[in-house]
Design a protein around this ligand. Structure first.
Ligand code: TYD
Ligand code: MG
Length: 439
């Protein structure tokens, strides 16, 4: 195929740099992966020695976390998000971080070198090992790749890419796919890591990014939260977990990592909390975030009650409402139920169920709960409560944030929280904590 010939063929510049790399690079990050033999070959699996693949660690903790500990050499990552969310900013900051590991090539089909430099200045990046190539064309891109021999490649954005290899009009899907393929193949054969930026509309409607998801090793989505927080979330990751989220805030000088998430996800209050509010230690990826779940109920505006919830799956909310109605005697079928998560995080984790139930109970009955209360647990259809993963760590984390009342499901060792077996018991205990505060 022509792309492979261009990138892998007997290019003298390529051959020279390749041997130079072998002698000049040491250390875990700089380790060069043996060139993979992709030609058809029959091999005894027991004799295959896996490559000791290395990762490039940016040092931007929240990015590395979502990647699974840095970007894998020879891999490609798609970074999607709405226009203006901060993809170019994040990737330029990443370029600034990765340049200490080796050459970085920043390919822009969108902007000229001038605005990129201005942004770098604004971000306080001192480029010492970053090359910029402003073209959307695969052919000059491959030439530049072979010249620069980058460790990390950034492509901004896939929507601009085109190639003469395919006879269709510039900017068509096939041209984009072919170009993405050409660049990622180059990266795969040269132990580089490549980030492809992709614009995605609110509905995720643009076909482009979807069509290349299967061609890359990881897909990260950069999302708004409704607050100033930005979430970086993996929807696919061949080399890491898809549960991890990265948290950033867009500041004057670019994206800052969110070091203390509780500042955003908990609401500071001097006064007692209003009805409908409960704190929940949620396990996201590898860490615990304590978030505030908020509920509001009002008499149904049409003949039957409806659920309005875009941060927690509406079907989960409906199910919890049904359990409350059936097993705790709280009438909700004639109510509209609104659910929110402070800070705008989406929660798909099962441990949110008991806090959700208590928030809805509190909203519906007008009885507020203790502001020192943290709750987690799964609620089954029978009204029974079930343990969730990492219970102990969740309550330790909540304790560190000053939640002295902790309520959760029964397990054998339950010294760190008040354990309850049924939803009605959880409601009773939660109200007792409140009364205790008032004494
Ligand atoms: P950008 O990275 O260009 O978004 P994308 O590539 O996803 O379209 O930047 C998004 C917004 O961030 C832009 O409106 C300006 C703002 N911004 C800051 O607030 N601070 C900064 O330091 C930078 C570089 C951008
Ligand atoms: Mg951009």
């Amino acid at each position: 195929m022509k792309v492979q010939e261009d990138s892998e063929g007997g290019n003298p510049v390529l051959a020279l740099s390749k041997s130079a790399r072998k002698t000049s690079r040491t250390g875990p990050e700089g380790k060069s992966r043996p060139t993979e033999n992709t030609e058809s070959q029959l091999q005894d699996l027991s004799k295959v020695v896996p490559d000791a693949q290395s990762r490039f660690v940016s040092g931007i903790g929240e990015l590395d976390r979502v990647l699974g500990g840095g970007i894998m050499a020879s891999s490609s990552v798609l970074i999607g998000g709405e226009p203006g969310i901060g993809k170019s900013t994040l990737m330029l900051q990443a370029a600034g971080a990765f340049q200490t590991l080796g050459p970085v090539l920043y390919i822009s089909g969108e902007e000229g070198a001038h605005p990129i430099k201005l942004r770098a200045d604004r971000l306080g990046i001192i480029p010492s090992n970053i090359q910029v190539l402003t073209t959307p064309q695969l052919e000059p891109i491959l030439t530049a790749l072979n010249q620069v021999m980058p460790r990390v490649v950034i492509v901004d954005s896939i929507q601009t890419l085109m190639t003469d290899l395919i006879d269709s009009a510039p900017g068509t899907i096939n041209q984009m796919k072919m170009t993405v393929y050409g660049i990622s193949e180059w990266a795969r054969h040269h132990s580089a890591g490549v980030f492809f930026i992709a614009h995605v509309t609110k509905e995720g409607a643009i076909a482009g990014p979807k069509l290349i998801e299967h061609m890359v090793d990881a897909v990260l989505m950069f999302e708004h939260s409704g607050s100033e927080v930005r979430f970086l979330r993996a929807s696919k990751n061949r080399f890491g977990s898809v549960d991890e989220i990265g948290l950033f805030i867009m500041e004057e000088k670019g994206l800052e990592e969110l070091i203390d998430p509780s500042q955003v996800f908990l609401v500071e209050r001097e006064t007692p909390v209003p009805p409908g509010v409960v704190a929940a230690p949620i396990f996201e990826g590898s860490r615990i975030l304590v978030v505030e779940i908020q509920a509001l109920t009002i008499p149904a505006q049409v003949g039957y009650g409806r659920v309005y919830s875009d941060r927690i799956d509406g079907r989960r909310v409906s199910r919890i409402c049904a359990v409350l109605e059936k097993h705790a005697g709280i009438r909700l079928s004639d109510q509209d139920v609104y659910i929110n998560v402070a800070g705008g995080m989406k929660i798909a984790e099962v441990g949110v169920e008991l806090p959700l139930a208590l928030a809805i109970m509190s909203a519906r009955t007008g009885q507020s709960l203790s502001r020192h209360l943290a709750v987690t647990g799964e609620v089954s259809l029978s009204g029974e409560l079930r343990p969730v993963s990492h219970l102990r760590q969740r309550f330790v984390a909540a304790g560190e944030l000053g939640f002295i009342h902790r309520l959760g499901p029964k397990v054998t060792d339950e010294a760190r929280w008040t354990s309850v077996a049924h939803i009605s018991e959880a409601i009773k205990k939660a109200l007792e904590f409140r009364d205790k505060d008032q004494d």
